[in-house]
Design a protein around this ligand. Structure first.
Ligand code: ADP
Ligand code: ZN
Ligand code: MG
Length: 524
């Protein structure tokens, strides 16, 4: 199979996502009073309604509708004041009702969008932006200083309910294949579930990943779900098709399941794009089917061929009256919207003079955004001056540390905002070099001590005394007359050698900026 970047030269990928999020922060299920609790004893949270017993009557959970309206408002959707619940035929043991209650053509939230900022390596998958200047648009894309912005349409967000869970016994890895019997746990059945459907506006696996990440940040900010991809409270199906570059018509799509991490979402789509290209280039045909991404085998396998909407026999639920929302109620929900990640990033740019890039990366995680803000609060009058170095520390060092220590929460580490700020101040005041700052950063986390104490203990003071540095520079130049002659003869690369010698003389404590300046002056 060819590599993704080669395939994308000839083919344009068209991607649409369907993203489910369980409203895990609510107390009760969608149509009954059963408690929502992840990991409870099996079948301890069930009742006649969520089991679908005859005569049981469902009542919609108002808090769940408030949550989905929050989600719609935060993603620029129109909120539909009149909508209905439907029954969708669903014949599988994990839902004993034999239908799923969902919404029909009109969902609570319709016609939204999110704008994705794509930059760095992620922007490289988009190869069709040649000749586009900063600020110029083509299709749904606008060129920015650091990459581009993609405008992604959201078709709808509708309210539905989750199914229970099957546990297959006796097969490999809990799979149904080879199992001798299966158990079913209905605790999850009836959990309020939102489904967001995007327009087919995404063009690269990176855009799909970024969309999912951005939506997750928004839902977390709204507090409507814990959005755990591992535990399945946020799940993503990816629809993907190919068309020849320049073609208008969409190709036949396949739908990928089991993309339960950002990496799987990206890699599954990338694989599927390459697979489809190979089939099409060999003269074959893509069938509309659902495929399962197997990350360990690195391939997708067919699960089932597509059912059509008619097969589901969607019809209005006779037990649930049409739902009416008033303007006053929608406004009261709007008033509860918290600051969203994009707004927070804009505020960071304004208040602290950060670049759009820095601000955006700071707000990627609630923990790092809060940490940065706490540092700025402590910085007081120096906030604007220290914002950039604090942002660098958070975006680079802190993020790298957290990535390397999976499962560790920033708040549980010895790195407090006060210590981070103290470290940044030491560097900003030239008390330690940036190289020494890395060492102090690691030591704060390892030894749970203040930066000043570490600097003191290790005798790390940076020497910024010009007289002392000048003496060392003079001595180094005097000891290496041949190298000085070579430098002056044009081998300017030797500057590194001289800096190194001076640093060695000063046991790494010389201010590199001053050393460089003095060397440049003396070498002419
Ligand atoms: P289905 O009838 O298979 O459910 P929908 O039209 O409801 O298809 O779309 C489901 C998802 O697939 C949406 O996210 C949509 O944007 C996306 N989609 C639709 N057509 C295509 C296509 N040709 N290629 C890629 N994605 C598509
Ligand atoms: Zn129940
Ligand atoms: Mg559909």
């Amino acid at each position: 199979m060819r590599k993704l970047e080669e395939v994308l030269e000839d083919w344009e990928a068209v991607i649409g996502l369907e993203i489910h999020a369980e409203l895990t922060t609510l107390d009760t299920k969608m149509f009954c009073g059963c408690k929502l609790e992840f990991g409870a004893e099996p079948n301890t949270h069930t009742c006649p309604v969520c089991l679908g017993m005859p005569g049981a009557l469902p009542v919609p959970n108002r808090a769940a509708i408030e949550s989905i309206v929050l989600a719609g408002l935060a993603t620029n959707c129109d909120i539909e004041k009149h909508s209905m619940f439907y029954r969708k035929t669903y014949m599988y043991p994990d839902m004993s009702k034999n239908y799923q209650t969902t919404q029909g053509p009109v969902a609570f939230c319709m016609r939204g969008h999110l704008d994705l900022d794509v930059d760095g390596a992620a922007a490289k998958e988009r190869i069709d932006l040649d000749g586009l200047d900063v600020g110029e648009s083509r299709g749904n894309v606008t060129r920015t200083e650091t990459g581009y912005t993609a405008h992604v349409g959201i078709t709808r967000i509708h309210m539905e309910e989750d199914a229970g869970k099957m546990v297959h016994i006796g097969g490999g890895e809990g799979r149904i294949a080879g199992a001798t019997h299966s158990l079913v746990d209905y605790n999850r059945a009836g959990t309020p579930l939102t489904e967001l459907v995007t327009e087919p506006d995404l063009r690269t696996p990176e855009e799909a990943r970024l969309f999912m990440q951005k939506l997750r940040q928004i839902y977390l900010a709204l507090g409507i779900s814990d959005c755990s991809m591992e535990e399945g409270s946020m799940r993503c199906d990816g629809n993907v098709s190919l068309r020849r570059r320049g073609a208008k018509e969409f190709g036949v799509k396949t739908e990928l399941k089991n993309m339960n991490s950002f990496k799987n979402l990206h890699d599954g789509l990338a694989y599927e794009i390459c697979r489809q290209a190979e089939v099409l280039e060999e003269g074959g045909q893509i069938f509309q089917e659902t495929r399962h991404w197997d990350p360990s085998a690195k391939r997708t396998i067919v699960m089932r061929v597509k059912e059509t909407a008619d097969d589901y026999r969607l019809f209005p639920d006779p037990d649930l009256a049409p739902y009416d929302l008033t303007d006053e109620w929608i406004d009261s929900v709007r008033a509860k919207l918290p600051e969203l990640p994009d707004q927070k990033a804009a505020r960071f740019e304004d208040a602290f003079g950060l670049s759009a890039y820095d601000a955006r990366h700071l707000v990627e995680h609630r923990a790092t955004a809060d940490f940065f803000e706490a540092c700025m609060e402590l910085a007081g009058a120096d906030a604007a001056k220290l914002a950039k170095p604090v942002a660098n520390l958070v975006i680079n060092d802190v993020t790298a540390y957290l990535n390397a220590h999976e499962g560790v929460q920033l708040a549980d580490t010895p790195l407090t905002p006060a210590r981070a700020l103290a470290l940044v101040r030491l560097t900003a005041e030239d008390a330690i070099s940036s190289k020494q700052a890395k060492e102090v950063f690691a030591a704060v986390l390892d030894e749970d001590k203040d930066p000043a104490a570490i600097v003191e203990e290790r005798g790390m003071k940076q020497v910024s005394d010009t007289g002392a540095i000048e003496a060392v520079v003079d001595a180094v130049l005097a000891a290496n007359p041949d190298k000085v002659a070579q430098y002056q003869g044009g081998k300017t690369g030797l500057i590194g050698f001289f800096v190194g010698q001076c640093m060695k003389e000063m046991r790494g404590q010389g201010n590199p900026k001053l050393i460089n300046e003095l060397l440049a002056k003396k070498l002419g």
